[in-house]
Design a protein around this ligand. Sequence first.
Ligand code: HEM
Length: 406
Amino acid sequence: MPTLISDLDLPTVTTDLSLSEAERREQLHQLAQDHWIAKVELGYVITTHDDCAAMLRDRKWFSALSLIAQTQNYESEEWSSRPQRPSILSTEGDDHQRIRRIVSPAFTPKSADRLRPFMRSVVNDLLDPICEVGRSEFVADVCEPYPIPIICELLGAPREDWELFSRLAVDIFKIFNGNLAEDAPAIIAASNEMDAYMLDLIAERRSAPRDDLLSDLISAEQEGDRLSTDELLSMANALLLAGTDTTRNQLACAIALFAQHPEQFELMRSNRDLTSQAVEEVMRYLGAVRGTGRYASEEIIYRDLIFPQGTLIFPNFVAANHDAQKFEEPLAFDITREGGTPHLTFGSGIHYCLGAFLARAELQEAFSVIADRLPNLRLDGTVIWKPLQNGIWGPERLPIAFDSGY
Ligand code: HEM
């Protein structure tokens, strides 16, 4: 007889925001050893790799993105009257499958590889000024700007709009910071600005298609089915959002880690075949996306437990990526790890990151150029981390030093 989840005597986990990043990792690693599920304020946290993956693959669990205001008890006229467009990130079932099928052909390894020379030139341009001086606040100098030209290039937005995109992405991404009461006006203003911009760009490409993703998405067709203007707008926004803050934080996490583990950086420098593995290990050990949320679209029975309709769960990627059942010595950062690193930082199931090939290529190219040009990489002050409750997370400030002139 299955048991109702609320009848189970589970421990309650709170996020102690005073913990350091390393203390939090240890805490979550321990939690995954002791309990595959625990209570949190709004529902249940899922801690083990296998359970996170299994629940994310079960289509009855829907993305909780659409409930973000509700989970923060936030309500306002301005917020509820925003245009409600179906986004790939939050639609489910046939609607999701349809959008995903139309856009997937644009996100193959081949299309990511096409951008590799451009990625290298963007990193090199960003490194030129700091390599002269041998030190940098790496978040502002390199990580923040890096993904924007790439998304613009991919979408087909002109170079002169890089800064606009960067600013709008920062504001729109505040939606994941758990503080809508304060951030909603900035999020709404940035979203409106982005919509107006994208509508113009869509109209331009409709009348004169080019060799870019937006033109591809406009003409993309599966068995006579095309994306509507609203869907195109929503897709372009989703890509800009999902593809910028994630990548910039992941790169900053990586460089902080390499500066703290110089022997691992040297290993990669001396053996470039390790670059792809280094990307995977960085994403396992210090992933920029620390978890996600789902709700039960109907009553769900899992592991002989009944989850009533509406139950919220939070698959925790940090816990899953340090699950001792899945990884040997999970608390060690080791880019030569054997057996691969099947981390969950790109998620799992139908919402698995659409841009995973692109993100991997961006990180691999950045690692490779950085390995060439920042020898003797080290910390040059204290790393300041974003608050642990941020959905997309990494260093706020990353002061580094290295040998100049390369
Ligand atoms: C290191 C960088 C990145 C990380 C860590 C990351 C992580 C993730 C995660 C965890 C999800 C699933 C969210 C969930 O299940 O609730 C996701 C979805 C998604 N990502 Fe990424 N992402 C990255 C880069 C990118 C890039 C570069 C793009 C595209 C340009 C992109 C586009 C998307 C899209 C469109 C989705 C939604 C897919 C769907 O719902 O079907 N991501 N990403």
